[in-house]
Design a protein around this ligand. Structure first.
Ligand code: FEO
Length: 406
């Protein structure tokens, strides 16, 4: 039976989930993995577990290496159920000497599993633990992305077990970064960041600065989802550094929904204005694009132009849902504008402007409403809106500050 080795006596023992297509509202077209790691030493240590329904695969992978009952310690880097779902079953089988976690991890486990008699060992940040030949240390990463989150570092092998960070929802037969298509890997990595970590970007920045400051040598990054970064951990560190700055790439997104195509006609005319200003853009109809894919585009965009007609004095439900989702993730550093057709009351543009204002977007146009179906002169106004966004974007790229007009 083949085993997956990260270093001498350190193994991947997780599970590949080829089936999942939705992760609490995030589309996972390529499935995912739940990574767990086994260290064979005087104190045999399991780092993280898997989703409950995959405990059979976890046990099988462990049994290929060692009898699970020989495990001494279980490290719980993160209590979310995709990594801890089978923890009660594993603790029953293993009867570990220690369940190692952060202070907040302890609290979270009590609230999840209601077992105050587990042999918890709460680590202090920076604490070292000798396993025999190998040493572990623990880095608190509170709110990346849960209060309980922490990293575990294997000192001699320079492996960072990074929990959700640097992960990807990507089910593959391969386990390492150098074995998979790089474009797919980086796309899934960006999608993960956009949909899980955008909100916590200030903490990501602090964490990267701290890792640099303490000069932690990192040979391998072993996340809890997707492939392990053994060839090029620098690649994902550089990407996280860029994503955490919310650096756009100078492009614009026209994100819209439409009822009888009037708002769509406006969207196309706006794109002509962007074209006139030499701006690269993408038209994204929310009817055919999943919100989590749209957020992946938002991560790298510099301007967001929102379009929606008015329905019952409000927004179409897809736009309302998308705005709720995007507001929660709080992307920053974007230029914004809004447009939409309406029949009689016409509140949609105002509502989209309000949302963008809450997200501190730099709104460069007061917004454009057109009653029912646009005619030629209306389309000129749409082109003008596109040009206004495009010229603001060009100034922004040149380093000028764009003040919001709303
Ligand atoms: Fe992969 Fe936050 O769980």
């Amino acid at each position: 039976m083949q085993t997956t080795k990260l270093a001498d006596n350190i193994y991947w023992v997780g599970a590949v989930d080829w089936l999942t297509r939705d992760f609490h509202g995030y589309s996972t077209y390529r499935g995912t993995t739940y990574n767990a790691y086994l260290i064979i030493d005087e104190k045999v240590t399991l780092i993280d577990t898997v989703k409950d329904q995959y405990k059979g695969e976890l046990l099988q992978n462990i049994r290929n290496i060692i009898d699970p009952e020989k495990i001494d310690y279980i490290v719980v880097n993160h209590v979310e159920m995709d990594h801890s779902g089978c923890l009660p079953a594993m603790i029953d089988i293993i009867k570990p000497e220690k369940v190692i976690c952060s202070k907040m991890g302890h609290k979270a486990m009590l609230k999840h599993f209601h077992q105050d008699d587990w042999p918890f060992h709460i680590v202090t940040p920076g604490e070292e633990m000798n396993l025999g030949k190998k040493t572990l240390s623990f880095l608190e990463t509170r709110m990346l992305h849960w209060p309980d989150s922490m990293f575990t570092y294997a000192k001699e092998d320079q492996i960072l077990f990074s929990s959700d960070a640097f992960g990807q929802h990507l089910a593959t037969s391969e386990r390492f970064d150098d074995e998979v298509n790089q474009d797919i890997l980086m796309h899934e990595c960006a999608k993960y960041y956009a949909n899980i970590l955008t909100l916590y970007s200030p903490l990501v920045k602090k964490l990267l600065a701290k890792v640099k400051e303490i000069g932690l040598p990192i040979k391998t990054i072993a996340p809890d989802h997707g492939v392990i970064w053994r060839q090029n951990p620098e690649k994902v560190l550089r990407a996280y550094n860029s994503w955490s700055q919310h650096e756009g790439q100078g492009n614009a997104l026209i994100i819209y929904d439409t009822m009888w195509h009037s708002t769509e006609i406006m969207a196309k005319a706006i794109s002509e204005g962007l074209n006139d200003e030499g701006i690269s853009y993408k038209l994204i109809n929310l009817q055919v694009n999943h919100r989590s894919d749209v957020m992946t585009d938002v991560l790298n965009a510099s301007a967001i132009i929102l379009g929606c007609p008015t329905l019952n004095n409000g927004l179409l439900p897809r736009m309302a849902g998308f705005l709720m989702y995007m507001r929660g993730l709080r992307p920053t550093n974007k230029i914004g504008a809004a447009f939409g057709s309406y029949g009689w009351s016409g509140e949609a543009v105002k509502l989209m402007n309000q949302s963008m204002k809450e997200m501190k977007f730099n709104i460069c146009h007061q917004g454009l409403r057109i009653q029912y179906v646009p005619e030629h002169d209306h389309l000129k106004d749409c082109v003008e809106l596109g040009r206004t966004v495009g010229s603001s974007l060009n100034k922004f790229i040149a380093g000028e500050t764009i003040e919001s007009i709303i």
